[in-house]
Design a protein around this ligand. Structure first.
Ligand code: BDR
Ligand code: CA
Length: 306
């Protein structure tokens, strides 16, 4: 889609990131994809972003981002996403290369050129680096939709969601900058689950995108969900939270980001603002069936040809 506000998708593909890329191609005016170290190392997330865009026949530039978090050591989720990040096996070499400009610089440049929305679905390292490059960035970004954090339980530790655990210092930098942010945490994304029936549907659709996506999802699904309700499709929620806000309920909140110790990565919600808390918007409820339907539509036909 080419109308609407310009969007950067900052991602660490990642299987649910790949599904989010298909959603962004279908529903956003996507002007850039930036890669970040997260689910797998930066070489893989960059290659995977290029590959998924090529599957979707989307000519969108990819800017390679941070190879490591701001302060802590890199931490990967290859057990969930596969060693190369898109399920079993290696990603085929993409035809295009990443752009020479680093992701943080591209984010600053694109924000300076006009109204911009950022959808970030990995650790926030690139956005934090962009804030450090341009202290005015917060005032130039219309809104940041972020998949990360949780108002309830974590998935790396009892307290911490993966993207928050992987780089808590970057969340602090971004939130402290005053960038308007809506958080799509685990409390929201656990409402949106894909199961084996969705794998079957993607296989049956047999499109250029749905056939590989079915195998990504089959790998992701093979880990089984902890409660047997299917695997959460985290990252597309942040894209669709921007493009289809009518499908999500949100509320304002105050959050305290825990940087270290046993609660590292916790995005603790507090009743009232106090020193160290940040005012954000929190997504609380999804119209899950409608959200899932949009995800399936985008994965099967990202260019909306049929
Ligand atoms: C988040 O962690 C990653 O593994 C997923 O891609 C998603 O962004 C969920 O905790
Ligand atoms: Ca991700």
């Amino acid at each position: 889609m080419t109308s609407g506000p310009r969007v950067i998708l900052d991602c660490d593909p990642g299987i649910d990131d790949a599904f989010a890329i298909f959603c962004a191609v279908r529903f956003c005016n996507l002007v850039a994809v930036t890669s970040v170290s997260g689910n797998v190392p930066i070489t893989h997330t960059t290659t995977n972003a290029l590959h998924v865009l090529e599957l979707a026949e989307a000519s969108v530039p990819v800017f390679r981002g941070a190879a490591a978090p701001l302060v802590v050591e890199p931490f990967f989720a290859d057990r969930i996403h596969g060693e190369a990040g898109l399920g079993a096996g290696a990603t085929p070499p993409p035809q295009a290369d990443a752009e020479p400009e680093p992701a943080a610089s591209a984010i600053c440049r694109l924000a300076a050129e006009g109204p911009l929305v950022i959808v970030a679905i990995g650790p926030l390292t690139n956005i934090a680096e962009a804030v450090q490059l341009d202290p005015e960035l917060a005032s130039r970004v219309d809104h940041l939709y972020w998949m990360g954090g949780s108002t309830t339980v974590g998935n790396v530790t009892e307290h911490a969601e993966f993207n928050a655990w992987a780089d808590p210092h970057s969340i602090e930098v971004v939130m402290a900058s005053g960038t308007p942010i809506t958080m799509f945490g685990l409390n929201l994304t656990h409402q949106v689950r894909l199961q084996g029936t969705h794998v079957d549907r993607l296989r049956t659709a047999a499109t250029q995108t749905s056939t590989p996506a079915a195998e990504f999802l089959a790998f992701y699904e093979s880990h089984g969900s902890r409660d047997g309700r299917g695997q959460p499709m985290h990252d597309p929620c942040a894209v669709l939270g921007f493009t289809h806000p009518e499908l999500f309920e949100t509320e304002p909140g105050n959050t305290l980001v825990h940087l270290s110790g046993d609660t590292r990565g916790m995005t603790e919600m507090t009743d009232s603002p106090h020193a160290g808390t940040h005012r954000i918007t929190v997504a609380t409820k999804a119209a899950a069936d409608d959200v899932i339907e949009l995800i399936m539509t985008a994965v099967i036909d990202p260019q909306a040809r049929s």
